[in-house]
Design a protein around this ligand. Structure first.
Ligand SMILES: *Cc1c(COP(=O)(O)O)cnc(C)c1O
Length: 376
């Protein structure tokens, strides 16, 4: 059976975990956590990084830092993972869902301004499949209406955006805040895991407090104060050193992982681009301003029925391909609050998108061969 995902292992995970154990300090913010922080800050130009136990946690920290109050509005794409909205529900926000582009699952930047009201506080820009949203447009709107931009960069490690100024910036370094995931389905992993990126100075001091259960412990350990106290809200958002040690083993192999994943992506793309035509299937589009970090390879099927029959054909040949998000605006939890405003492109991707197996060790030729045998 070819599964949809298989976690990548570098082989050094246990070595570093053993080292962490020998150091005798297993709680958070130790040797490996600091190594990871420094790596990401230096490689991607993030102002400050804090590892978290998940991307969801990092998004919850964003909700707290943005100071969102009950009744405030947050603009979120409908075609995304639950956490992009959930994290803001927890602080009482009303989610205002925005549709996808017709030809890409990312939020349609032309639709955002029409949804901004006096209650809008933030925009959550989700980089679907690691492909950048139109960040120039989103940052301009944020400036005009004084909004916080949170990049949900869960899938977007090692991906970039080139702005109108010609500068190439890492995703996660553009918004005021950003959240990444190291869940086992992402490009680099720690089982469960994530990180918060703080690019706007005004959030840095508070982020450390929220991260450490509402205490000013970080200041205390830096010797800036002589006792640490409870000063704010917060939670236990930081992961243990065991998780950071695991992540470090992955980080060391990031370049190799990315090289291999890009090769798989390009093999899919090159070998399927003729195959899709008579079937009316579409391959992924990458806008000029975005890079491809090979997080995912998906097809846009011609119909719900065709998608089901492709899944069936692959399954018969022991290959697991999967659909993706069910639009959040039509979820059991939120459809009443969302109301009737139609988000037809989001619905289109809910019904048509099919993700093909994608992982480091994948035998991509085998999947392509089986697809080539498909008959309608
Ligand atoms: C995976 C994912 C998340 C959640 O990440 P966790 O680390 O599992 O909390 C959030 N948003 C998007 C877009 C994701 O793909």
């Amino acid at each position: 059976m070819i599964p949809f995902n298989k976690p990548y292992l570098s082989g050094s995970e246990l070595v570093y975990i053993e080292q962490a154990i020998k150091f005798g300090k297993l709680s958070g913010n130790g040797f490996f956590t600091k190594k990871c922080h420094l790596f990401f800050e230096e490689k991607y130009g993030f102002k400050k990084v804090l590892l978290t136990t998940s991307c969801t946690d990092a998004l919850e920290m964003c909700a707290i830092l943005s100071n969102i109050q009950p009744g405030d509005e947050v603009i979120v794409p409908s075609f995304t993972f639950v956490s992009s909205a959930l994290a803001f529900i927890r602080v009482g926000a009303k989610i205002v869902f925005v549709d996808s582009y017709r030809d890409h699952p990312n939020m349609d930047s032309n639709m955002i301004e029409g949804l901004i009201t006096s209650k809008t506080k933030a925009i959550v820009a989700v980089h679907y499949a690691g492909v950048a949203c139109d960040m120039d447009c989103i940052m301009e709107l944020a400036e005009k209406y004084n909004l916080v931009v949170i990049e949900d960069a869960a899938q977007a490690i090692d991906s970039f955006y080139t702005g109108k100024d010609g500068k190439k910036r890492a995703l996660g370094s553009i918004g005021h805040l950003a959240a990444f995931s190291f869940h086992e389905t992402k490009n680099i992993i720690s089982g469960e895991g994530g990180m918060l990126v703080i690019n706007d100075e005004r959030f840095i001091e508070r982020s450390e407090v929220i991260w450490e259960k509402g205490t000013n412990r970080a200041k205390f350990f830096r010797g800036e104060i002589n006792k640490y106290e409870w000063v704010d809200i917060g939670s236990s958002f930081l992961p243990s050193e065991i998780i950071a040690a695991f992540l470090w083993a992955q980080i060391e192999n990031l370049e190799e992982i990315q090289k291999r994943r890009l090769k798989i992506w390009n093999t899919y793309f090159e070998n399927l681009k003729e195959w899709v035509k008579p079937l009316n299937i579409k391959t992924p589009k990458i806008p000029k301003y975005a890079t491809n970090n090979a997080h995912m390879f998906y097809l846009e099927c011609a119909s719900l029925k065709q998608r089901a029959s492709l899944i069936e054909h692959l399954k018969k040949n022991k290959i697991l391909a999967v659909t993706h998000y069910v639009s959040l605006h039509s979820s059991p939890f939120y459809k009443e609050i969302h109301g009737r405003r139609d988000l037809c492109n989001s619905t289109y991707f809910t019904d048509r998108l099919l993700r093909l197996p994608f992982y480091y060790e994948l035998d991509v030729d085998k999947v392509i061969n089986v697809l080539n045998q498909y008959e309608e």
